[in-house]
Design a protein around this ligand. Structure first.
Ligand code: ZN
Ligand code: ZN
Length: 365
């Protein structure tokens, strides 16, 4: 079915037009490899998603409105237990809850129809998990306790391991949409984990450039960047194992990233101690950003290596893009970015605010 002659592709596109409307699909550009996902049941255009805790499907008490939990993290006598819902039992009193999204971008129930260029199409096969970060509807990720952040990161690490063991999973994206300009659909703090059968373009480009640099120079370009940014004008804060800074060529105003100081290509290899440290720096910088910029919309994305043996490895990191301005024709039409805030100015503001937050949090823990 993979390589159909043009005549059959045309027939399929015609006769199965209705079918196409109901199943998720990935289409590629006529010429380039740029692709778009046309999900099975998109909610992106829905305007009536409930956003108060009574109706919120991610709030405790409304668990029956989501798919069953694959993981419910429950604290019992001081010990964290990973439980899951069964047909007749929904786990309550959870602190983190993971389930398949009800209206996923990628799904395992797809057609098996492939067509070739110029009308390239393949099934949008994959997984789309929601990690509800806390039972509290109104406490954003920038305010939740550091310990809770550690628990979330542990669950993400565990689900990454699980997803990389599923078929047709070449890459797992992990990201947060916060606020209306971040593309959020439900206010309740949560993460998305979406899998792909191929490596997303941006990660592929990072990995290829990185590999080329290592071959030519013998060291990792991100390690070089970290040594330049350490204690420099773009550093925000640093902890024992991590550093947060505004990148030299930031695209978004107040954009920043968090890197492990030592070269690391595998998020799965993070120890509990390193997870706690990552929780501390992430919570401090998000808190600092939220205070300094008055709770802006933002996206937080994990740039991780595909956790499979291949050459597409990157020094993993987290990127945070506050959404303070709207893109113009230059950004949308030409991929050329104009950033009105120099990263050095951004780092000064975010640094002062994040240092205060870090001092407060270290005082608590
Ligand atoms: Zn909620
Ligand atoms: Zn490195």
């Amino acid at each position: 079915m993979k390589q159909l002659p043009f005549i059959f592709r045309t027939l399929i596109n015609g006769y199965l037009g209705k079918f196409y409307k109901t199943l998720g699909e990935i289409r590629k550009d006529y010429v380039t490899d740029k692709f778009v996902i046309l999900p099975q049941n998109s909610e992106r255009l829905d305007k009536d998603i409930p956003n108060n805790s009574e109706l919120c499907p991610y709030c405790p008490g409304n668990e029956h409105n989501t798919e069953p939990a694959m993981i419910s993290l429950v604290s019992k006598e001081g010990i964290l237990q990973r439980l899951s819902d069964s047909e007749d039992n929904i786990i309550e009193n959870w602190s983190v809850r993971v389930f398949q999204k009800k209206t996923p971008i990628m799904t395992v129930n797809t057609s098996s129809i492939y067509t070739d260029k110029p009308l390239y199409s393949e099934p949008a096969y994959g997984h789309h998990l929601i990690v509800v970060a806390s039972p509290e509807h109104t406490v954003p990720l920038s305010k939740i306790p550091v310990e809770q952040w550690s628990n979330i990161l542990l669950v993400i690490q565990e689900r990454l391991r699980y997803l990389y063991n599923q078929k047709k999973v070449t890459y797992v994206s992990v990201y947060v949409n916060h606020g209306v300009f971040g593309g959020n659909d439900i206010d309740h703090p949560h993460f998305h984990m979406v899998t792909f059968a191929e490596i997303p373009n941006i990660i592929e480009t990072e990995a290829i450039s990185s590999f080329k640099y290592i071959n030519e120079n013998g060291n990792c370009p991100n390690c070089v960047a970290i040594s330049i940014e350490t204690d420099g004008p773009r550093q925000i804060i640093a902890t024992e194992n991590f550093i947060a800074f505004c990148p030299w060529s930031s695209i978004y105003p107040y954009e920043f990233c968090i890197y492990p100081k030592k070269h690391s290509t595998s998020f799965l290899k993070l120890t509990q101690k390193e997870i706690n440290d990552l929780a501390m720096i992430t919570r401090s910088t998000l808190g600092g950003m939220s205070n300094a910029l008055e709770d802006p919309s933002y996206n937080l994305v994990f740039h991780l290596s595909p956790e499979k043996k291949n050459t597409r490895q990157i020094h993993w990191h987290v990127e945070i893009y506050p959404q303070k301005i709207t893109w113009t024709g230059l950004e949308r039409g030409y991929g050329i970015y104009v950033n009105p805030i120099k990263p050095e100015i951004a780092a000064e503001l975010l640094g002062a605010s994040s240092r205060k937050e870090l001092a407060k949090l270290v005082g608590i823990t």
